[in-house]
Design a protein around this ligand. Structure first.
Ligand code: A3P
Length: 333
């Protein structure tokens, strides 16, 4: 039976505070009581809300985000399935948008601050406070979310705010997710076996899943509204980081100038945000953000790590589901 990596820390004792359920309003409790419920990955339960599965701890934040968030036309929203490379996309986008403010790469905030602190996940913010104060965010506001496209607040869809979606092949996303959630599960619950997690993932009952519906929502929007949604693939970014960074810059309306190209700014940002660089920084090796060890966001950062974990039968099953779900959409990994 596969077990989580040996080079990772042992299972965390209590669930980090960040992932604990907030004090829930009666309204949210009432809502949850009406929803289909299954076994969760960190907590005991996960709920099906508007076609997607959400862990109990984040329900309140999702509902408040949908209800209260007012997008600005200049906002930038990074949208990812958990474990698709959110940390990387946050670092790259932050580096890109703030390159004039932080021209000296040796003094860059990404060297001492984890990307998750620099770019806020909106549903997490709304989980802490029903109507958070966003006035300190300067334009263009850079946020991130794990919500599928269909669940985004109306203003995010109707405004001209830009959405960057980063996706990753289902097998690596699943394996990464399994490792990650086993780091966060409380000792008392024990490890989630690869087999159980696989079964839940395939049935679609994983946080912000079904994975395929999540990916397809953004894929379709990126085809219909390419000026609004940019669809990036983790595998392509690994293969051609520089070309994809330029694509991101062009899409966000801040292309690299010939002078910047000549000075090597593109390479500098790409190198700064690389797995090798970020994962070796003191802040990401030995510090915590929001009570969570930063190192849990940096495991291997490779394409094809799934080969070490999945059985032939699992591969066949996941490939078949993916083929069926993506058939006729033009999307393939
Ligand atoms: P693995 O578990 O396969 O190593 P997220 O940021 O969405 O939580 O995704 C985490 C995954 O992205 C992990 O994958 C992690 O190692 C990888 N990752 C983190 N930072 C990265 C970077 N700068 N470049 C490439 N991959 C990165």
């Amino acid at each position: 039976m596969a077990t989580p990596d040996d080079d990772q820390p042992p299972l965390s004792p209590p669930i980090p505070k960040y992932f604990q359920e907030p004090e829930m309003t009666q309204e949210c409790r009432d809502l949850i009581s009406t929803l289909p419920t299954q076994r969760g990955w960190i907590h005991e339960t996960i709920h099906q809300y508007q076609g997607f599965w959400l862990e109990t701890w984040i329900m309140q934040g999702v509902v408040a985000f949908q209800k209260h968030f007012q997008a600005h036309d200049t906002d930038i929203l990074l949208a990812t399935n958990p474990k698709a490379g959110t940390t990387w996309l946050k670092a790259l986008s932050f580096g890109l948008l703030n390159r004039v403010r932080y021209p000296d790469i040796q003094q860059h905030p990404l060297l001492t601050i984890n990307p998750h602190v620099l770019v806020t996940i909106l549903e997490h913010l709304y989980n802490k406070k029903e109507v958070p104060d966003l006035t300190s965010f300067t334009s263009p506001r850079l946020f991130s979310t794990h919500l599928p496209y269909s669940l985004l607040p109306i203003s995010a869809k109707n405004s001209t705010c830009k959405i960057v979606c980063l996706c990753r092949n289902p097998k690596d996303t699943f394996v990464s997710r399994w490792h990650f959630f086993n780091r966060l599960r409380p000792m008392s619950t024990g490890a989630l076996s690869l087999e159980d997690a696989f079964d839940m993932f395939c049935r679609g009952s994983s946080g912000f899943g079904p994975y395929w519906d999540h990916v397809l929502g953004y894929w379709k929007e990126s085809i219909e509204k390419p000026e609004k949604v940019l669809f990036l693939k983790y595998e392509e970014m690994k293969e051609q980081p520089i070309a994809n960074l330029r694509r991101l810059a062009d899409f966000l309306g801040c292309p690299f100038s010939p002078e910047e190209e000549a000075k090597g700014v593109v390479n500098d940002i790409s190198r700064l945000c690389s797995f090798d660089n970020l994962s070796k920084l003191e802040v990401n090796k030995n510090e915590k953000s929001f009570g969570v060890e930063n190192k849990v966001f940096f495991r291997r950062g490779e394409v094809g790590d799934w080969m070490k974990y999945l059985t032939a039968e699992m591969i066949k099953k996941l490939d078949r589901i993916t083929e069926e779900k993506f058939h006729g959409t033009g999307l393939r990994f």
